[in-house]
Ligand binder design. Structure first.
Ligand code: ZN
Ligand code: ZN
Length: 311
């Protein structure tokens, strides 16, 4: 039987190996995103020529897939997990930020706080998972704010995005404009300029925005509070790993962040290696807070909590 120290050493080695960046994976993910954006335009063009509505729907859904994939890479870039060269990592992550209108620097600052102060009001994501909507009216409001574009537009015009630390960052506005213009011009060259708005800008502000917020809630909301072992503070939330498969593709984690709970304990591991973690010993966050479930189990838990009759 292995002694505890041997297991720990072994775990450290496993973590170190899994934390190594595969540049091939980074390139494959970049190519997947480029192909997905290309497919959006192809399907939009086919829809335009044939007037078949479901082809348009497909274009819209592929756009949201691509935007979530971009978001996931932006996230890995914020943890320096895209390339071992800092400079390449920053260029690539800035490219992803510019495609989705999010500043890498601002996102990184905010996301660090999410990791460090999880469960407390110091986490900028805290309002997204402290509670879940209770009852029909609260759900209707939640869905409207997050999925109609209202929340996204409000955050755009007031510079109070909950995708920022509160103040806007102008770290790469020029590059963001260039990338958005590039997508617009691509549509113009295909003789369909409106496509940029309908199949990039609108999905970004509606379905992509909504799903990313909903995911944060589903990944972190917890009906019970817990006490921080060091500070004694009452904290909220938990960490949920979702089984992979169709759920991860449809609900915004195409490259591995359906294992978001594991990511919180081991942020050095790139998204594509999170599913390889089998050991339980080296969790840095309270271990009983990391739970394995499925998207639909979690959804039904939340809905039954929301609609349970009050006593
Ligand atoms: Zn998180
Ligand atoms: Zn992270």
């Amino acid at each position: 039987m292995q002694s505890e120290s041997v297991i720990l050493q072994d775990d450290t080695r496993v973590v170190r190996e899994l934390s190594e960046i595969s540049h091939l994976r980074t390139i494959i993910k970049l190519l997947s995103i480029v192909i997905a954006i290309g497919l959006v335009y192809v399907f939009a063009r086919i829809g335009n020529d044939t007037h078949i509505i479901y082809v348009f729907i497909l274009a819209f859904l592929i756009a949201t897939w691509a935007q979530h994939a971009i978001g996931e890479e932006l996230h890995d870039g914020s943890h320096y997990r895209l390339a071992s060269s800092r400079r390449v990592n920053e260029y690539l992550a800035s490219l992803y930020g510019s495609l989705s209108g999010i500043s890498l620097m601002n996102y990184r600052a905010r996301h660090k706080l999410h990791h460090r102060y999880f469960g407390t009001a110091l986490d900028p994501d805290f309002p997204q998972y402290k509670t879940c909507p209770m009852g029909l009216k609260a759900w209707a409001t939640y869905l409207f704010v997050n999925f109609s574009g209202y929340g996204a537009i409000k955050s755009l015009v007031t510079f109070q995005s909950n995708l920022s630390t509160g103040k806007p960052s102008w770290q790469h506005p020029g590059f963001t404009v260039v990338m958005q213009l590039f997508l617009l011009i691509l549509g113009i060259l295909l003789n369909v300029p409106i496509f940029y708005f309908l199949f990039w800008f609108v999905p970004l502000l509606t379905l992509t925005y909504g799903v990313s917020h909903f995911r944060t809630m589903l990944e972190h909301w917890n009906a019970e509070t817990w006490q921080d072992p060091t500070t004694g503070e009452i904290c909220y939330g938990a960490f949920y790993d979702f089984d992979s498969g169709i759920q991860s593709q449809l609900f915004g984690a195409p490259f591995g962040y359906n294992h978001h709970g594991t990511h919180h304990s081991l942020p050095s591991i790139p998204n594509y290696n999170l599913d390889k973690i089998a050991h339980e010993d080296y969790r840095e966050v309270p271990q009983n807070l990391i739970r394995k479930t499925t998207f639909f189990t979690r959804l039904s838990e939340m809905v039954s909590f929301s609609f349970k009759p009050s006593v």
